[in-house]
Design a protein around this ligand. Sequence first.
Ligand code: PBG
Length: 331
Amino acid sequence: MSLLAERVTARFERHRRLRRTPALRRLIRETRVDPASLILPVFVDARVERPEPIASLAGHARWPASRVEEIAERAMRAGIGGLLLFGLPTAKDDRGTAAADPDGPVPRALRAIRGADLALVADVCLCEYTTHGHCGVLDADGGVDNDATLPLLAGAAAAYARAGADVVAPSDMMDGRVAAIRASLDEDRRGDVAILSYAAKYASAFYGPFRDAAECAPAFGDRSGYQMDPPNRREALAEIATDIAEGTDLVMVKPAGPYLDVIAAARERFDVPIAAYQVSGEYAALQAAAARGWLDLERAARESLVAIARAGAGPIVTYFALDAARWFRER
Ligand code: PBG
């Protein structure tokens, strides 16, 4: 080596030393995705007798409550942390009454799997149950009436708690719903049922495939009057602070991948668990690209989940949960 080359090589850092072997890379890995922190979304459909595949969500189906046990078993075998249940009722009305029906799809499914070694989370929202597809009831001008919606959400949450939900997860973005739900649970002597609020839920284009799956696209207008405006980060922190003050136990940022900065900021500021929801469009986009051979599904999906964990999310809701549990078992 020339004298010059020797002097140069002595002077720079050799970051590559610790990337040399798989063992070294595992040793210094800063972020791990623990299968136990993954939550699988499950659609329970009161109108079907067998699992009906969802075209926009490869590998997912709408399940009859009578067979949700099969999913719970798969989830336990995979070692994932929990299930997040969504319901599709037999009939809808303009007030979303079926959301609180004790014999609706979600309560039935919960009764079938209560006691399983999984965190059972029930999504609380009216949009799957209303004819107009909005997340709350409408006022005379066709706007969503915040305060008139609160008792309906509280009623739905109570029905899921009675059926065996460990956690109820309001995703409607009405103001005051955490307080309303907490009060209703406590009054019903369900003080031990937790609330996971979708505190920072953005009006996102990435919910497209879900709205197909859950048949809950708004019949007119959009959700920007209640879901958050994508450019806003500080507002997310204000939403989270409010929900914590109202008594939420965990908070969620949604979508996940396009909002990693929000997850990181929330993690920095608050001490409650910060969950993140890798939504249907994030999943479907990777699936579609992989189906065309444009990217490697496992590697891309793993990278997307690691990024969400690295940003600071604890529980992660993802349609990849079952596969990811296998991928992240390292050896
Ligand atoms: C219902 C709800 C939605 C999602 C979860 N709960 C749809 C929406 O707000 O339009 C989206 C989940 C996903 O896209 O995977 N309020």
